[in-house]
Design a protein around this ligand. Structure first.
Ligand code: 3PG
Ligand code: CO
Length: 555
């Protein structure tokens, strides 16, 4: 029968402290001036690369290597940390929703049947990120959902949009809204009263994560549910064009707005009897809204009105909390993660990041599962993030505080695995501020040094890697790799992640001289890291895990 017990590794001893450091948004790309990692002073990461050739390599962090639909899909933190923690490649939300839409199964499932009960006499509301980024949602999936709902009797549909500019170019919101408006016009011609009802920028409205700032969710609630916002417009394209024309405004941070009719009344507040679908497939930035929509008992902000709705998520966002209760597509079943195995085998685990990435090394790492496996053996520490700022203002973020916590955990001798996420390359990279991203990369490098120094002191082992690319390329390029210019001759800033591979380095005094990277896993990806880490703890990985990246050469 099944057993959690892992076999001992024949050659690697147990009992060493293993630091697992994930640099968020840290890929490997050509060294040029838009590569902030290259431009920044990063002596620690440089030395890992130059140090021991058989202890540094690249791994794939995008596309099918992390369970995304195609090789054109950039990596992201959810799928990256899922793969790192689970050691296997699971078809991810993006792919599962594609399949359910293509087969039509999405419309036959329990979730759709549930919301359908509102179609005749009430409104269907769709809330989510409007772009083709493919990280949290995809426009083409929304289009198919709209079409399918209208064909299956939805009389009235309201779309509550969140503009992107973070997984896609800033300013692209306008063209996505035009596409959506076009579709909605067609639905109206077919007899479904379909329109956009509210909007706002994803980072300022609704899509906060890990409870960093409930005000963000409240702003969205006021617009989407109550029909109240600082700005009223008759049409969403006009709204976005006007609001973007304000100084320093961008897609990510657009203020909330509500669409009103000729008499100034909001066209689509959410009321008793309505159905609501949050159409993002990715969990982290939907969990807070899902709680507000679903929980009777709720004290994070004053909802003013709590409508009795039929609510379904595109996916179930948290398996442990069963949140939400109803959903259109079943999430990937990421079970038997490396974290759960290792805890069952006595590995005392410490995990830490700051708020904005805290769930990455806990929730995502553990297969989208919140909480501890065994609180007696685990400690998860969250360093509070700054809230209400864009991180180019404070690009060092909490890297040093995270490193100090990791250092103390290593020196305490209380833990076998010390796992951290250093957010700088990613969070500052997403702002598109090149100068700030250079500072961010240097800060992350200094944090790595502090952790490696602690590992040196205790005779431990380190694994330093990343979840996907971001800071290594800050400009949109053509196929030949040259920077693309806009109509004013300015480079187009790339705020999003990339398709680049990421580095992985191993070392530390606890790592026997005879351990090195194998040569026969050239296309290795993030999913190969879990078996590698299990080996470094002195265990063999389960047989269905992606193979280890290391070997032990006989001396
Ligand atoms: C975000 O949610 O901030 C971006 O869409 C993706 O970034 P992450 O995958 O690095 O969290
Ligand atoms: Co990111």
């Amino acid at each position: 029968g099944f057993s959690w017990k892992l076999k001992e590794h024949p050659k690697i001893p147990k009992g060493k402290a293993v630091a697992v450091v994930v640099l968020d948004g840290w890929g490997e790309a050509n060294p040029d001036k838009y590569n902030c990692i290259h431009v920044a002073e990063t002596p620690t990461m440089d030395s890992l690369k130059k140090g021991a050739p058989d202890r540094w390599r690249l791994v794939r962090a995008h596309g099918t290597a992390v369970g995304l639909p195609t090789e054109d899909d950039m990596g992201n933190s959810e799928v990256g940390h899922n793969a790192l923690g689970a050691g296997r490649i699971f078809a991810q939300g993006a792919k599962l929703v594609d399949l359910a839409l293509a087969s039509g199964k999405i419309f036959e499932g329990e979730g759709f049947k549930y919301i359908k009960e509102s179609f005749n006499s009430n409104t269907l509301h769709l809330i989510g990120l409007l772009s083709d980024g493919g990280v949290h949602s995809r426009l083409d999936q929304l289009q198919l959902l709209l079409k399918g709902a209208s064909e299956r009797g939805a009389k009235r549909i309201c779309v509550h949009i969140l503009t992107d500019g973070r997984d896609v170019l800033d300013g692209s919101s306008v063209k996505f809204i035009e596409t959506l408006e076009n579709d909605l016009t067609k639905l109206r011609e077919k007899g479904t009263d379909a329109k956009i009802a509210s909007g706002g920028g994803r980072m300022y409205v609704t899509m906060d994560r890990y409870e960093n700032d409930w005000e963000v969710v409240k702003r969205g609630w006021d617009a989407q549910v109550l029909g109240e916002a600082p700005y009223n417009f008759r049409c969403a394209i006009e709204a976005v064009k006007k609001l973007r024309a304000e100084p320093k405004s961008n897609d990510q941070y657009l203020p909330p707005f509500v669409i009103v009719d000729e008499s100034g009344k909001p066209v689509g507040p959410i009321v008793d009897g309505d159905a609501v679908v949050t159409f993002n497939f990715r969990a982290d930035r939907m969990v807070m809204l899902a709680k507000a929509l679903e929980y009777q008992d709720f004290d994070k902000f004053d909802r003013v009105r709590f409508p009795k709705i039929r609510y379904a998520g595109m996916l179930q966002y948290d398996g442990e909390l069963k949140l939400p209760n109803h959903y259109l597509v079943s999430p990937p079943e990421i079970e038997r993660t490396s974290g759960e195995y290792l805890v069952h085998n006595g590995i005392r685990t410490f995990a830490c990041s700051e708020t904005v990435k805290f769930g990455h090394v806990t929730f995502f790492w553990n297969g989208n599962r919140s909480g501890y496996f065994n609180p007696a053996l685990e400690e998860y520490v969250e360093v509070p993030s700054d809230s209400g700022i864009t991180f180019n203002v404070k690009p060092k973020m909490k890297a040093m505080e995270i490193a100090e916590k990791a250092r103390d955990a290593i020196l305490s001798g209380k833990f076998d695995q010390i796992r951290v996420n250093l957010p700088n390359g990613d969070m500052v990279g997403h702002t598109g501020d090149i100068e700030a991203t250079i500072v961010a990369c240097k800060a992350a490098d200094e944090a790595v040094k502090m952790i490696l120094d602690a590992i040196e002191k205790v005779g431990g082992i380190y694994v330093v890697t990343a979840d996907h690319g971001n800071a290594e390329d800050m400009v949109k390029r053509n196929k030949a790799g040259q920077p693309l210019l806009d109509k004013n001759g300015q480079i187009q800033i790339l705020t999003s992640h990339t398709l680049e591979p990421v580095p992985i380095a191993i070392g530390g005094p606890g790592l026997g001289n005879f351990v090195r990277f194998r040569k026969d896993v050239p296309s290795g990806g993030l999913a190969n890291v879990a078996a590698t880490v299990m080996n470094l703890h002195g265990f063999e990985a389960p047989s269905d895990y992606e193979t280890t990246l290391i070997e032990v050469v006989d001396k």
